[in-house]
Design a protein around this ligand. Structure first.
Ligand SMILES: [Zn+2]
Length: 323
């Protein structure tokens, strides 16, 4: 109920009831509404600024979760990029080198993807950088994989035309080594077993009992049979052609003669401990154009990719060589 208001009238000396016109009433109501609206909006805007609604809280949580997912994706893609890099490296330095084909230039492999504005639709959000980063990485991976697939198509084509060459190039381990237990020391700086100093080890050592059969690792001709007391001891060098030679050191017995033709897998001698050697083993070298190179890259016929990785891991430890 509206209050009845009175007003003192000095001329009649009476209190008189104040009669409000419709206009006055409307004005009053309107003012009242306006003030309420003002306070309501101030309160609401303060609330929206400092207090989250349940819906906003859910969205915020979801956003944080999504950002984390994107960060994980980014990390996974970095890992994939490393694997791809290893494949590219092998393609350039092993397959292409063996098949005498030029490596693919970095420019081609890492050519930019799209224009500058390719990701502009993802711009302007709180976590834009994470999302753009993930998209960029994915595009780069896709591009690099495409280049790599094309490259392998080419490599397969080259290999088909080079059967004789592939039969000649060293491609197996020099001793039976199914479980890889015999890989003792790799190519690189190693502690010398006798001189006890760090020295470059130019080959790979496979430890095996004296008398274990040693295989020719590719087709070729026996270029040298040397029966020395020091150094490599009794050892054999095979010339495979195409600039490749292999050396097998510290033999107990040599089964081949100089000039003899051998096939991959032929037994050329037996494991021993002759020359500068600390235990029965084969010291195996791969030589390309007169330069000793890492034999680890020349077991593609008898190692699966997983075994290859294990072998690289084992041979890269800075353990002592048998020399
Ligand atoms: Zn060695």
């Amino acid at each position: 109920m509206a209050k009845i208001k009175y007003k003192y009238n000095p001329s009649t000396l009476n209190y008189e009831k104040i009669q409000l016109t419709i206009k006055d009433r409307l004005k009053k109501i309107f003012t009242y509404l306006l003030v309420s609206l003002f306070f309501a909006s101030v309160t609401l805007s303060l609330a929206y600024t400092f207090i989250n609604s349940p819906k906003e809280l859910t969205l915020k949580r979801e956003n944080t979760q999504l950002r984390k997912q994107y960060e994980l994706l980014n990390r996974d893609m970095d890992r994939l990029a490393t694997v791809l890099e290893d494949i590219e490296r092998r393609d350039d330095n092993i397959y292409r080198q063996i098949l005498e084909s030029e490596p693919i230039s970095k420019n081609v492999r890492e050519a930019g993807v799209g224009g500058v504005n390719r990701y502009s639709n993802l711009d302007g959000y709180q976590y834009s950088n994470v999302v753009i980063n993930a998209n960029k990485k994915l595009d780069q991976l896709a591009k690099r994989m495409y280049v790599q697939t094309k490259s392998f198509d080419e490599v397969v084509g080259l290999a088909k035309n080079k059967e004789k060459m592939l039969a000649s190039i060293p491609a197996i381990q020099p001793v039976p080594n199914k479980n890889l237990k015999r890989m003792a020391s790799g190519f690189g700086y190693r502690m010398h077993p006798i001189y006890k100093v760090r020295k470059m080890h130019w080959g790979m050592d496979f430890s095996a009992p004296t008398g274990t059969e040693i295989f020719a690792t590719g087709d070729g001709t026996v270029a040298q049979v040397i029966l020395s007391r020091g150094g490599y001891g009794k050892h054999v060098v095979i010339d495979h052609g195409y600039g490749y030679e292999t050396l097998y050191g510290h033999m107990n017995k040599v089964n081949v003669k100089r000039g003899q033709k051998v096939k991959r897998g032929d037994i050329i001698g037996l494991v021993g401990n002759t020359g500068t050697s600390s235990a029965p083993h084969v010291h195996y070298e791969v030589i390309k154009d007169g330069k000793k190179i890492n034999p680890a890259n020349f077991y593609f016929n008898d190692l699966t990719p997983e075994e290859y990785d294990d072998m690289i891991e084992m041979s890269s430890h800075a353990n002592q060589s048998f020399d």
